[in-house]
Ligand binder design. Sequence first.
Ligand SMILES: *[C@@H]1O[C@H](CO)[C@@H](O)[C@H](O)[C@H]1NC(C)=O
Ligand SMILES: *[C@@H]1O[C@H](CO)[C@@H](O)[C@H](O)[C@H]1NC(C)=O
Ligand SMILES: *[C@@H]1O[C@H](CO)[C@@H](O)[C@H](O)[C@H]1NC(C)=O
Length: 356
Amino acid sequence: MFCYGFCFIISLFIVGPDRVLLVNTLYAFRPSPGFVLTAIREIYKAQTHHMIPSLLRSLDHVLNLTCRELDSVDCAALLFILQHSDRVKVNLQWTSIPTEEIESILFTLDKVSQLSVDRKLLLRFIHCCAASDAQQGAPSGLLKTLQHRLDLSCSSCVELTEKDQTEPLSLTFVDCRAVSTILRHSSHDTQLDLRDCEVEDSSLDLLFPVLDRVRLGASKAVLLQLVSLVPGSSERDTVRRGESLCRALGGELDLSHTTLNQSACEGLAQMLDFSDRLTELDLSHCQLTDQLLLTLIKHLHKVQVLNLSHNKITDAATHRLLQLVSINPSIEAVRLFNNNIVDRTPFKKDKRFEIW
Ligand SMILES: *[C@@H]1O[C@H](CO)[C@@H](O)[C@H](O)[C@H]1NC(C)=O
Ligand SMILES: *[C@@H]1O[C@H](CO)[C@@H](O)[C@H](O)[C@H]1NC(C)=O
Ligand SMILES: *[C@@H]1O[C@H](CO)[C@@H](O)[C@H](O)[C@H]1NC(C)=O
């Protein structure tokens, strides 16, 4: 990456059949995407591929084309540069690319060490990749250049204040099917970031078969949907769903401030039943009643740190909670602040309860 204040001179003598172009520029800052585009277009038009190594060196092996509108000639120029290069970083965030050009870029990604794209362009690459013949290795190539991160969140939009960039992205059935197709070809754990995304249950369902190879980031609403979807079509299916969701969550689940109903609690109970262990489960502010807690309690020994604060738990659940903790040394802490428990004395005997 270029450092600010770093001065360098790029001199490009580009000799074409009918033109001689001299670009001689003193840069105090990193070259703008507009300059990069002009440079690659000139090299492409003149077909001076011997210029490419020195161009890339002076660009520090970064082709930054962010926020540009590429036409088919620009795309051909980009491909020409990529074909004559190796391990270059390409930044296409907020770059517009004609649909028919996506595929050729996709199949040239073996020359790219790192690809940066915004989430809308990422989805287009994912769709194109899923539709392509997997034999050609497109899915694994795409995942590799994305550093095994499929980021559909807004995290890359923080600098942009445009409204439409921070609105939740609605992932359709077809989007989820394409994501699932790509991930089926991944050998690594892929980080799948669905924060700031909205997904319908039937579409989310398509992700279960690949959750075992994913580290998942998602909004609480989507997490709650996933938990509710754990009960599958058969016992075997449910076991697999529970195990892979738990694995994808990396041992922590924060459902605080969501409304847990009976079916969500049953899903959570099954997930816990079939999972190894959760280091932390946050169920604070979930409107949990004694009855809902009873649905879960048989499985809560799988949790190390449990937050049950700000719920509707009463003295009627005291006995079961004491029993849960007394027979399970693996439980480290149970937080019970702000429930409807009147008699707190029984909890004082075990330091693992935090109730004041
Ligand atoms: C790419 O160019 C944009 C706009 O000039 C700049 O803000 C960004 O930092 C550049 N990124 C890299 C990786 O050089
Ligand atoms: C329970 O909650 C889940 C997740 O929010 C929701 O999908 C489902 O429709 C709810 N069920 C009932 C019976 O309200
Ligand atoms: C619930 O308790 C856990 C463990 O002490 C803590 O990490 C978490 O922040 C708490 N959640 C809330 C919403 O306060």
